[in-house]
Design a protein around this ligand. Structure first.
Ligand code: SF4
Ligand code: SF4
Ligand code: FES
Length: 207
C-alpha cells in the first residue's frame, strides 16, 4: 500500500472508517484496528461466513455480498449479518435405503419446498448469483442432479435461508440434492481404486 493511495470513507456496522480503496471490507476492518482472528474464514469467497448487507452512496438498493470479496468505496454502508438460527431440516443419508426413496424422503425432510411462493427473495439475497428459486423447484420435482448443479457455487452463507418466508432452507435443499446425487451414483473408478489401495495399506507416500 503506497502513501499516495486513494482513501475512502465508509461505515461498517455503524462505525465510520477510512481505508485505502484497494482493500476489501474485511481488510478495512483490520486496517481500522479491529482484531484479526485466525481460522474463522477463508478470505477467498468460499466459506460464506463474511456475509454483509451493503448500500452504496449512489444507490438506495441494498445488496447482499461477501465482505472478503467486496472492495470498499466512498460513502458505502456495510452491516455484517449474524444468523443465530440453524436449519431445522436434518436427516441421515444412510437412512435412505435406495434411490427409489429419495423423492419421498425429500418431501418428508423439506415439506415446505412445495410451498415456494416464487417471491424471488432467495435469488436476490444470494451473493453468488445462484438461481436458488429454480433449484428448489427442480428438487421439489425430483430433479436432484439438475438442482444440485445449480448450487455448485453455494458457500452456505444462509442468506437465502433467512430471506425465505416459507422456511424452506433453500441452501440445504441444494446440499441435499448434491449429496443424494453423489451418494446414489457409482463412484469414479480412480477414486474407488485409490480407496482400495488405501484399504490394502499399499499407498506409497514419498516424503
Ligand atoms: S444459495 Fe443461499 S447459502 Fe448458498 S451462496 Fe446463495 S444465498 Fe448463500
Ligand atoms: S425465498 Fe423461499 S419462497 Fe421465495 S422463491 Fe425462494 S425458496 Fe421460494
Ligand atoms: S471469509 Fe469466507 S467467504 Fe469471505
Amino acid at each position: 500500500m503506497s502513501e499516495t493511495e486513494k482513501r475512502v470513507n465508509l461505515t461498517i456496522n455503524g462505525k465510520p472508517i477510512t481505508a485505502p480503496a484497494s482493500l476489501s471490507v474485511i481488510q478495512a476492518l483490520w486496517h481500522a484496528g479491529y482484531p484479526r482472528v485466525k481460522s474463522i474464514g477463508c478470505l477467498q469467497g468460499v466459506c460464506g461466513s463474511c456475509r454483509v448487507m451493503v448500500r452504496r452512496a449512489d444507490s438506495h438498493e441494498v445488496t447482499m455480498e461477501l465482505g472478503c470479496q467486496l472492495l470498499v468505496a466512498e460513502g458505502m454502508h456495510v452491516s455484517f449479518l449474524v444468523f443465530p438460527n440453524p436449519t431445522h431440516h436434518t436427516y441421515e443419508l444412510t437412512g435412505i435405503s435406495n434411490s427409489w426413496e429419495v423423492q419421498a424422503r425429500f418431501h418428508q425432510i423439506f415439506p415446505e419446498a412445495d410451498h415456494c411462493r416464487h417471491c424471488g427473495g432467495c435469488d436476490v439475497s444470494c451473493p453468488k448469483g445462484i438461481e436458488v428459486e429454480r433449484g428448489v423447484e427442480l428438487a421439489a420435482k425430483g430433479r436432484f442432479s439438475e438442482a444440485g448443479d445449480l448450487f455448485i457455487e453455494c458457500v452456505m452463507c444462509d442468506l437465502c435461508m433467512t430471506a425465505c418466508p416459507e422456511n424452506i432452507s433453500p441452501n440445504h435443499v441444494g446440499l441435499f440434492a448434491r449429496r443424494v446425487t453423489a451418494y446414489f451414483h457409482i463412484r469414479p473408478s480412480n477414486l474407488i481404486n485409490r480407496l482400495e489401495t488405501l484399504r490394502k495399506g499399499d499407498l506409497q507416500v514419498e516424503i
